[in-house]
Design a protein around this ligand. Structure first.
Ligand code: NAD
Length: 487
């Protein structure tokens, strides 16, 4: 059977990329070829941006309530195709089908919130700022925006931005992840059915060349980026040089703190899901498990955690009984395995070795790791400082909450941190002092809802306003002030 080749969606039509090169997209659980995705050129991206520029004037003049109706129709289509969208994520990424369903639900919620645009984008006014003079602030759309997406939430992450951008009256171009391009292709198939005016939303498959074409095009008003920190920094700098707006969300190294009074049996499900959900490939995954307390408390926590991690069922994410899927590709597995080896050479102790595979079913081993636990990790070891982005828990110890917060602050990242405790005073101090964008109190994955802003601190975020919610409406609009007097 011929292999499916993905196309770009430009100016309301599916078109072949002009670039001759295609990437093979492989199912990480089975090693089978799913499709091929084009590596688009600058010319391919320019076509999409040109169409977006052409579409902007009519689209910005479309009443917000009418713009929102397209989103209502898209929500209905996503609900009808909920299973197919979820299966596509699991096929190309490897995550369990339950995790994919969660991702689809979160994606739909973005559209639901953005469809409140007639209220969300309202400005404000005041009569008589001086005698007989009134002042009004309108929030106006600006033009063409785009997003550069990572591989790990291939459906949801572009939806942190696209629905809000177009609801505000802008036009939008998605550059999907070259590793997981199928989920956006499936989403744009539905978007095509709602009959948006051509050019309002386009999809370009590709790698760095396509991303740079988006960043450097003179027609762009702003770019949203989600991905690793080194690239986030580069993009932030480039957008500054090009004088355009940017939200750049980078990598993470999240701490999960267990205080001595945490009820281990109560919190175990949250811990496991935080460290091993999505095979640790989440910017909100737990990475460093920081245990506060004496040896007895520590040993009790650790033994139970290791036992529970050992029992996680690893296999094909489409198997409903499986709790953790593979890494997204072979290179990720090699990188994570290398970081485990390096941690051991730095003095960490291997409490549970996920490189010894125990899989549900007969599957190729290329992308799989089982859960891993590293003990005796020191805060300055590479494995504690750098993002591993795999199913590895680094266990550290601290004598009290003050030392805990100091350790967290020495880490370059600041996406999220969680504390598990029954003591309000500790929880309050942690919430108040810790320098991260998202704090969990007895919650292991601090994923803000679509109606709250989402962004980190320090090396996890570069920009001013965050994605999602009211913040992103400000990102996608410019206030215009009108002061008027009539004689
Ligand atoms: P990545 O940085 O490798 O790639 C992200 C995107 O940038 C891709 O579309 C890629 O094609 C493009 N890109 C890569 N190099 C580029 C360059 N030099 N110039 C322009 N574009 C470039 O990230 P990834 O591996 O796809 O995703 C995983 C990373 O994303 C992890 O670090 C994870 O923590 C982070 N992430 C962060 C958040 C957050 O909200 N902070 C959310 C999800 C993922």
């Amino acid at each position: 059977m011929p292999v499916t080749r993905l196309q770009n969606y430009v100016n309301g039509e599916w078109v072949d990329a002009t670039a001759g090169r295609y990437n093979e997209i492989i199912n990480p659980a089975h090693g089978t070829l799913l499709c091929e995705a084009p590596v688009s050129s600058q010319a391919d991206m320019d076509l999409a941006i040109h169409a977006a520029e052409e579409a902007f004037q009519d689209w910005r003049n479309t009443p917000p309530v009418a713009r929102a109706r397209y989103l209502h129709r898209l929500i209905a289509l996503m609900e009808e195709n909920f299973n197919e969208l979820s299966i596509t994520q699991t096929l190309e990424h490897g995550k369990t089908i339950d995790e994919s369903r969660g991702e689809t639900r979160r994606g739909i919620e973005m559209l639901e919130v953005a469809s409140g645009i007639p209220s969300l984008m309202q400005g404000f006014n005041l009569e008589d700022i001086a005698h007989g003079i009134d002042e009004v602030a309108f929030y106006q759309p600006m033009g063409v925006f785009g997003c550069i997406a990572p591989f790990n939430f291939p459906l949801m992450i572009p939806l942190w931005f696209l629905p809000f951008a177009i609801a505000c009256g802008n036009t939008f171009v998605v550059k999907s992840s070259p590793r997981t391009p199928m989920s956006q292709a499936a989403f744009f198939k539905l978007l095509d059915e709602v009959g948006l005016p051509p050019g309002v939303a386009s999809l370009v498959n590709g790698e760095t060349k396509a991303a740079n074409a988006l960043l450097d095009h003179h027609g762009m008003q702003g770019v949203t980026f989600v991905g690793s920190t080194p690239v986030a920094k580069e993009i932030y700098k480039k957008c500054g040089e090009n004088g355009i707006r940017v939200i750049a969300q980078g990598g993470a190294k999240n701490f999960i703190v267990l205080m001595p009074d945490a009820e281990i049996d109560q919190v175990m499900v949250s811990l496991l899901s935080s460290f091993y959900g999505n095979a640790g490939q989440r910017c909100l995954s737990g990475a460093n498990l920081l245990v506060v307390g004496d040896d007895k408390t520590y040993n009790r926590f650790l033994d139970k955690f290791v036992e529970a991690a050992r029992n996680i069922k690893v296999g094909d994410g489409l198997d409903e009984s499986v709790q953790m899927g593979p890494l997204q590709n072979e290179a990720s597995k090699e990188r994570v395995s290398g970081m485990i080896e390096n941690a051991i050479s730095e003095g960490a102790k291997l409490k549970l070795d996920g490189r010894r595979l125990n899989l549900v079913g007969d599957l190729p081993e290329a992308c799989f790791l089982n859960p891993t636990v590293l003990e005796s990790v020191q805060p300055d070891m590479t494995c504690a400082m750098e993002e591993i982005f795999g199913p590895v828990a680094c266990v550290l110890r601290a004598k009290d909450l003050e030392e805990t917060i100091d350790i967290i602050h020495c880490n370059p990242y600041g996406n999220a941190a969680s504390i598990f405790t029954n003591t309000g005073k500790w929880a309050r101090q942690f919430r108040h002092e810790v320098v991260v964008g998202n704090v969990g109190i007895n919650v292991g994955i601090v994923a803000p809802m679509s109606f709250f802003p989402f962004g980190g601190r320090k090396d996890s975020f570069f920009g001013v306003v965050h994605g999602q919610g009211r913040d992103v409406i400000r990102f996608f609009t410019e206030p215009k002030i009108v002061i008027e007097r009539w004689f």
